[in-house]
Design a protein around this ligand. Structure first.
Ligand code: AMP
Length: 364
């Protein structure tokens, strides 16, 4: 049956989630108290979300029969990471409400499309240029200037496919190291802070943003999120307004994470969008009335959004690779909440879990 726009998916229904990582796992854990079941779909059999999902499908994203069977068993469909082919969501959207819309996924899957969209929505970003060949890179460097960052247009995350270009860099070598057919050259942003805003938007167009947070990266991977961000209130309000504006224009039904740079001149430039729950929102599980995962479920099911009120200050730290071995010490620390993702092998850089340390409001 073709879905109606704005259809409400009541408790008791089944939410289909493409992707089986920790974001899907924490979504399934948040869906249960609201009376929903989750059906996770992921090509890898040993996926974190499967351990807590009512139903699981192990199949590739281009298996049309498996996708059709999956659609039959669910009432609404969403995704928990961007690299699901948008053709899969387009196919599913023909039979079941798919939120956010596949067009949102299509925009956010490609850094060039994303930056073009942001420009069309009058959202400030760093200067950028498409690069389709090695020779094009020299032209882009002349236009953007140095230092600059060369990124793959697609399938890049956590700094993968990114090459920093300085005055001494060998341009042909940078192109080879980036390793993709199409890239984007971005002007290097001299930032003082990296922040993000997570905004939810429901089927009625009403949105709610969690307070902006400060993010610290290590080796291009998120390491620590601090809330509240230690920046002037006026700037944070501007960041929140930008995130709400983007969610409105895209338009998103669900969750949108907006990563931004605060420049030395006090400007707020958008770096990246993620139309799903985000690592920099994990602190909301322990420090907010409503977590980003519960808010995600509410938004895609057409329920009223929950309060985004924060009842504590918080510092979230990712546990990467062998960091997870410290679980015993973390558990004996008062004020620290441990979240493990059920992954067996602690490979270097792999997100194994996170800790949220809570502090009285006003302490940070
Ligand atoms: P991304 O994959 O775009 O989120 O980039 C990962 C990290 O690389 C960011 O969080 C920044 O720390 C850094 N980075 C990315 N793009 C730029 C840029 N244009 N200027 C300066 N730093 C950047």
């Amino acid at each position: 049956m073709k879905a109606e726009r704005g259809q409400i998916i009541p408790p008791g229904s089944t939410i289909g989630v493409l992707g089986g990582g920790q974001l899907g796992r924490m979504t399934a854990l948040a869906a249960a108290p609201l009376g929903y079941r989750v059906h996770s779909y992921c090509p890898e059999a040993d996926s974190p979300a499967f351990q807590v999902s009512a139903f699981s499908t192990v199949a590739p994203y281009d298996d049309q029969d498996a996708l059709a069977r999956f659609a039959e068993t669910v009432d609404v469909i969403t995704f928990e990471f961007e690299n699901v082919p948008s053709t899969a969501t387009e196919l599913l959207a023909r039979t079941k409400p798919t939120r956010p819309d596949p067009r949102v996924l299509h925009v956010c899957q490609d850094r060039l499309r994303e930056k073009d969209f942001l420009a069309s929505a009058n959202v400030p970003t760093t200067r950028y240029m498409e690069v389709a060949r090695a020779e094009g890179l020299e032209r882009a460097v002349r236009s953007i200037g140095l230092p600059a960052v060369l990124k793959t247009a697609q399938f890049g995350y956590d700094g993968k496919g990114q090459v920093m270009l300085g005055k001494e860099s060998d341009i042909a070598d940078a192109w080879r190291r980036m390793g993709a057919g199409i890239g984007i050259l971005e002007g290097f942003v001299d930032f003082t802070h990296e922040i993000s805003v997570i905004v939810a938007r429901g089927v009625d167009g009403i949105s709610a943003a969690f307070p902006p947070v400060e993010n610290q990266h290590r080796n291009h991977i998120l390491d620590t999120t601090i809330v509240p961000a230690r920046l002037p209130e006026a700037l944070l309000m501007r960041a929140e307004a930008v995130a709400k504006h983007i969610a409105e224009v895209l338009p998103v039904i669900g969750i949108l994470a907006v990563e931004m740079f605060v420049t030395t001149g006090g400007e707020v430039l958008v770096n990246e969008l993620a139309p799903r729950p985000h690592n920099s929102g994990h602190w909301t599980i322990d420090a907010c009335m409503t977590s980003q995962f519960e808010q995600f479920v509410r938004a895609i099911c057409g329920l009223p959004l929950g309060s985004v009120e924060r009842h504590a200050d918080a510092v979230m730290k990712n546990l990467l690779g062998d960091d997870v071995a410290a679980w015993r010490e973390i558990l004996s620390e008062p004020g620290a909440k441990l979240h493990l993702y059920g992954k067996r092998e602690p490979r270097p850089g792999r997100k194994m879990g996170h800790i949220t340390r809570l502090f009285p409001k006003g302490a940070i």
